[in-house]
Design a protein around this ligand. Structure first.
Ligand SMILES: [Zn+2]
Length: 398
């Protein structure tokens, strides 16, 4: 079920009867009704900030849901907190109600601050609207509406119809930034693309130096990135040469799933003995042959057609992919302007003679990316690039 992006706000308009819409700074079409010029108290802002902070605990564990947090307030005090911790677990509102129950605190007459419009459908859990009504919550403050076709204004409408006071828009931009992959997927039905590359001091990616050449901090960050993504994309040359595992090993897996591995392999050269095909994890070989194995997609200029790939992954509900290499795959994604964020790690080690990354500033800028910051990860120089109007999902990311 796919919804043309332009129709989403129109449908919300029909549901809410509120005619005014703005395009948010970060590019998502969302309704901002004229009468939402709320005056929020410092306490309101602190409570929603707390809910956003709680939501962050679910990052990497809740996909295809977004991270969501909730606090319950009674008589000017936070009485309970909750967040959507992992897929299949309670939603944030239900977790907050359960938190209150577990401590014997009444929720009758409470106010709920929640970072996303409460759901009103039976998914893996019953609707949060019903949980809020059952708990006796009287006021709900929502940071942002849910543009998912399954929700789309229904949650707010159900609460209003039940006589609950609902206000929206408190820290909405910050909340949408936090759940940007989900928002992007609802709008475009495609994943956000993060490119990660590591190279030596001369830009060489593979020389005669054996062993790790980036710092422990960089390696940990790379595994956190994998944890935050739904799928990792590599080219077949990387598989043939390195036989990588492409899983999460250096940081705790927690309640996350191991990422799906995707090999771009136009003419099916992946060895049957490759770790990716034999370790029990999920791997998709994407090729352009009329062969029953893997996924067949049309070929593009230098390999598999990447637009077809992103459409295919979007249809599978994948919201975030990490492009790990190698050089020709990075180049193809960049030249087709399909990269949303890039993290380029340059170590101080010399690998010796070998192929280069060739990720110079001109290529990055021509791909529509701006350098938004730098960092030092244990001696490695790290550059962060981002598509215009796309901010990093949080200060701690990755
Ligand atoms: Zn819910």
């Amino acid at each position: 079920m796919s919804l043309p992006r332009k129709q989403i706000p129109i449908i919300i308009q029909i549901i809410t009867g509120k005619p005014d819409f703005q395009t948010e700074k970060n590019g998502y079409l969302l309704p901002i009704p004229k009468d939402m010029a709320e005056v929020w108290s410092e306490f309101d802002i602190a409570c929603m900030n707390r809910a956003i902070g709680l939501a962050e605990r679910g990052r990497g564990q809740v996909s295809p849901n977004p991270p969501v947090g909730c606090v319950l307030v009674l008589n000017g005090r936070i009485i309970a907190e909750g967040w959507h911790n992992h897929l299949g677990d309670l939603h944030a509102e239900q977790a907050a109600i359960a938190d209150a129950e577990s401590r014997g605190v009444t929720t009758e007459g409470a106010m709920a601050y929640v970072t996303l419009e409460p759901c009103n459908h039976f998914g893996l859990t019953p609707p949060c609207t019903q949980a809020l009504l059952w708990a006796g919550v009287k006021d709900v403050i929502v940071a942002t509406r849910d543009p998912n076709p399954m929700v789309r204004g229904e949650g707010i409408k159900v609460l209003l119809d039940a006589g609950i006071s609902v206000r929206e828009g408190l820290l909405g931009t910050k909340a949408r930034l936090q759940m940007q992959s989900f928002m992007n997927w609802c709008e475009h039905r495609r994943p956000l693309v993060t490119l990660k590359a590591a190279m030596d001091v001369n830009g060489v990616i593979d020389g005669n130096f054996s062993g790790r050449f980036t710092s422990e901090i960089s390696l940990d960050a790379a595994h956190r990135l994998r944890r935050h993504c739904d799928a990792i994309v590599v080219g077949v040359n990387t598989v043939v040469k390195d036989n990588p595992q492409l899983n999460i090993r250096r940081v705790p897996l927690g309640q996350s799933q191991q990422p799906l591995r995707i090999v771009l392999d136009r003419s099916l050269r992946t060895p049957k003995s490759a770790i990716l095909l034999t370790d029990g994890g999920e791997t998709i070989i994407v090729h352009s042959l009329s062969d029953s194995q893997g996924v067949t997609l049309p070929s593009g200029n230098n390999g598999v057609n990447l637009n077809a790939l992103l459409d295919h992954l979007g249809d599978r509900g994948i919201q975030d992919i990490l492009v790990e290499g190698g050089a020709s795959v990075w180049k193809q994604f960049l030249e087709e302007k399909l990269v949303d964020r890039a993290i380029i790690i340059q170590s101080s080690v010399e690998l010796g003679e070998g192929p280069k990354a060739n990720l110079d500033a001109t290529l990055m800028e021509n791909a529509g990316l701006n350098m938004i910051g730098t960092s030092n990860w244990g001696g490695d120089n790290v550059k962060f690039w981002s598509r215009s109007n796309l901010e990093w999902p949080s200060n701690e990311w990755p």
